[in-house]
Design a protein around this ligand. Structure first.
Ligand code: ZN
Length: 475
């Protein structure tokens, strides 16, 4: 079996394997250490002959003119007669020869490092670089995705009360630090540790349990950190009253959003409308309102929902205005998140709003703007847990708007909005009208009309809250 075939054959991580070393070699845990099957190591090398009988005390690996002799239960191996000490003894388990991971990192490169030799070990040849690190918070877990240029080996080294450390074997270059502060994880930091990368996950309080999955296309390690059980918030139907709502005015700062024919900018319009909604909600509903932005500045999409999660908001309402190439297009539409868009028009709206992600990566982290938005959305398959509740919220708010605003009803739709994806609560996005339609732009500039919009949204939220209160009262 060639190394290439081997890598293709092992795609999903079966339970018995606990990690990977480079080039798609799965590891098994023995005595708390990571081991690799000797046959897999041999398969990754060219011109190699392995003599490893289940019953003998010694095994011999011949690659080209080099010879490695291994002894059962010994940590010392002989390379061309010279001793090399490994960090753990060679084992034979159920007839299978196992070598510690250090054999792959120490001995194998030595075998291939011969002047003029054309043998290329896949193990040593692959340089793995960091592509992206993504952290998203959900009600019951936080997902950390480490995307790399090739499949990477990993090992969870310590999982103490305050911190978990995940070693990423042979990860060269790339650092990352962020503070999700989502109630579970205080900090995620990727740093160098010799030839490897070390991902440190610092907990805010009690440690979460980590489940690791290797995925391909693109190669990525997905770490799901489960929140320690917290009975109050884990019930399907909430028992708590509606307390906090996060209102999210779209765009801001260098991202102006859609633009009307006479220059009305979406970012200014929606900030003003959002403020009006917030004032009404606080006065009339007695719900605490938090704004993701209260001035003309840029906020990343991720920060918007992280903020809502930190605030433990019960609802997330994002307010936007629409644009269309055909200036006659008008009306209001309300979205809730789904991995499947309702129609291609809905997909286009999502694509336009999600375009901000590109602005973010260009302005912010500068990792080459290689962010594939669709993939990012599909990757976490939305907040399905809240899909029912989000659609209910979308319906009532949308009904209220179309009934009171004398405006075309474009319907409640589903689309993959990045801004809704990270919210750990029912979340909707309202497109209050088309700034690209001259008649609508004119109306949208009028403060009385903005008040009308705000009142319509309030009426919807009031209806939703009434329904919520009824349900929380039912035992
Ligand atoms: Zn927008």
């Amino acid at each position: 079996m060639t190394a290439k075939r081997l890598a293709a054959a092992v795609v999903v991580l079966p339970l018995a394997w606990t990690g990977w070393v480079q080039a798609g070699m799965p590891t098994v845990t023995h005595d708390g250490r990571a081991y690799v099957e000797l046959t897999r190591v041999a398969a990754s090398l060219q011109k190699t002959k392995l003599d490893a009988s289940a019953v003998s005390t010694r095994a011999r690996l011949r690659t080209g003119d080099r010879v490695v002799t291994l002894t059962r239960n010994w940590a010392q191996v002989l390379v061309d007669g010279k001793p090399v000490l490994l960090d753990a003894p060679v084992r034979v388990k159920r007839g299978v020869w196992l070598v510690p991971e250090s054999f792959v990192s120490r001995v194998v490169p030595a075998l291939t490092r011969v002047a003029g030799d054309t043998r290329v070990a896949a193990v040593a040849a692959v340089e793995i670089t960091l592509e992206d690190v993504r952290v998203r918070s959900y009600p019951s877990f936080t997902r950390i995705v480490v995307e790399t240029s090739a499949p990477i080996g990993h090992r969870i080294e310590t999982s103490g009360p305050r911190e978990a450390r995940i070693r990423l074997t042979g990860l060269s270059g790339g650092a990352h630090a962020e503070e999700p502060q989502d109630g579970l994880i205080a900090e995620v930091r990727l740093e160098r540790a010799g030839a490897d990368g070390l991902l440190r996950v610092v907990f805010e309080g009690a440690a979460g349990t980590i489940r690791a999955t290797m995925l391909v296309d693109p190669p990525r390690l997905v770490l799901d950190v489960a929140r320690p059980v917290e009975p109050a918030r884990s019930g399907r139907e909430r028992l708590t009253p509606l307390r906090t709502i996060v209102l999210d005015a779209g765009h801001g700062g260098h991202d102006s959003g859609a633009m009307g024919p006479t220059g009305l900018m979406e970012k200014d319009l929606v900030l003003d409308v959002t403020r009006r909604v917030g004032k009404l909600v606080e006065e009339r509903l007695g719900i605490k309102v938090r704004f993701t932005r209260d001035a003309d500045h840029f906020v990343t999409l991720r920060d918007r929902t992280s903020f809502a999660n930190r605030e433990r908001a019960d609802l997330f309402v994002s307010i936007h205005a629409n644009a269309h190439r055909e200036t006659a297009t008008d009306g209001v539409e309300t979205y809730f998140l789904s991995s499947e868009a309702t129609d291609s028009a809905a997909r286009q709206v999502a694509a336009a709003e999600n375009g901000v992600v590109q602005l973010e990566s260009a302005a912010g982290r500068g990792n080459g703007g290689k962010t594939d938005i669709v993939r990012m959305i599909l990757w976490d398959l939305a907040q399905s847990e809240f899909q029912m509740e989000s659609s209910r919220l979308a319906e009532v708010v949308h009904d209220s708007m179309t009934q009171s605003l004398r405006i075309s009803n474009r319907g409640v739709k589903q689309a993959g909005f990045y801004v809704l994806g990270g919210a750990a609560m029912p979340a909707i996005l309202i497109e209050i009208g088309f700034v690209t339609n001259p008649r609508e732009e004119k109306r949208l500039k009028d403060t009385r009309y903005r008040d009308e919009i705000a009142r319509a949204i309030l009426t919807g939220l009031t209806e939703y809250k009434r329904n919520w209160d009824e349900r929380t009262r039912t035992p």
